[in-house]
Design a protein around this ligand. Structure first.
Ligand code: CAA
Length: 289
């Protein structure tokens, strides 16, 4: 059984660890401190318990998946991983420091992949131990529910690296798409302008927050309206990716909506901050405008 290393036990990292364990991989789940990695595993235990309750998986499968996840407080334990996926905070300096650390223990054939949603893979590869064995593997939130993984190769990524990560992604039961290393890859290149435009529309008084969301939800058959989805992703993340599109292409069509900037400057980052376009402090989200 192959061992997968996951660095970062937050929402994305825990999701990646969960689906990898459910697919039969042994998983080493690392965060900056052991208690954070253990908290990530505790969240996975809850998610798996819900799946047992709903009779989607058997208790034995839950137990096997949980037993195969080892939480650790440093990347030093990743020496026998065939693939290490970095799903840490979306800050380049943090990712570079992680790559330097994991580079000290990574096996000669092991692959390092980043779950970055916006940082150029070719640039990140410069900090990786071997750019030929480095690429982007972009999961979507919530990882256990979303059926897609974007695979992004940098200039130096070897064909064998892409093929191995594609095999892993398919073993998780996900569909894969291959994207070139262009700002936003595929999904965020298309999604972020829509979310940003919803912010322009709200700021310009085109409609109320609820009507913008309802219009897109029902008129486009999307599971969530764009403002709800922006809150779900995190308004800081949406702004960060929009800026990558704007700066990476130099095209003014990607300029961030002033209202999005204002919400981020206010610290209203969305669901995780309990306040974004909606207020999440009560049982039901309430529009804030
Ligand atoms: N983890 C695991 N399962 C979850 C979950 C989570 N966090 N949230 C919901 N689910 C499951 C539920 O258990 C439920 O499962 P069953 O049908 O088996 O009972 C199913 O998903 C539907 O959930 P709900 O009935 O509670 O609610 P819903 O129908 O509104 O679905 C949703 C919730 C799946 C999040 C749905 O609203 C959705 O798909 N929204 C859009 C999500 C999206 O676009 N994600 C991509 C964001 S972009 C990104 O991630 C990349 C980036 O770089 C920014």
């Amino acid at each position: 059984m192959q061992t997968i290393g996951v660095i970062g036990a937050g929402q994305m990292g825990a999701g990646i660890a969960q689906v990898s364990a459910q697919a039969g991989f042994r998983v080493i789940l690392a965060d900056v401190a052991l208690d954070r990695a253990e908290a990530g595993k505790a969240g996975i235990a809850k998610a798996l318990a819900r799946l047992v309750e709903k009779e989607k998986i058997a208790e034995d499968d839950r137990d096997a998946a949980l037993a195969s996840i080892e939480p650790v407080g440093s990347v030093a334990a990743m020496g026998d991983c065939a693939l290490v996926i970095e799903a840490a905070t979306e800050r380049e300096a943090i990712k570079r420091a992680i790559f330097a650390d994991v580079g000290k223990v990574l096996g000669a054939d092991a692959i390092l992949a980043s779950n970055t949603s916006s940082i150029p893979i070719t640039r990140l590869a410069q900090a990786a131990p071997d750019p030929a064995r480095f690429m982007g593997v972009h999961f979507f939130n919530p990882v256990p529910v979303m059926g897609l993984i974007e695979l992004i190769r940098g200039l130096a990524t070897a064909d064998a690296t892409v093929a191995a990560v594609e095999d892993y992604a398919k073993a998780l039961g996900k569909q894969v798409v291959r994207a070139n290393d262009a700002p936003g890859f595929i999904v965020n290149r298309v999604l972020m302008p829509m979310l940003n435009e919803a912010c322009f529309a709200l700021g310009e008084g085109v409609a109320t927050m609820q009507d913008i969301d309802l219009a897109c939800q029902l008129g486009l058959n999307h599971p969530m309206g764009p403002l709800t989805l922006a809150d779900f992703i995190g308004l800081d993340t949406c702004l960060e990716i929009t800026r990558v599109l704007f700066e990476g292409t130099g095209d003014p069509k990607f300029r961030p909506a002033p209202l999005l900037v204002k919400y981020v400057e206010a610290g209203w980052f969305g669901r995780k901050a309990k306040r974004g376009f909606y207020d999440y402090s009560g049982a039901v989200p309430v529009p804030t405008r």
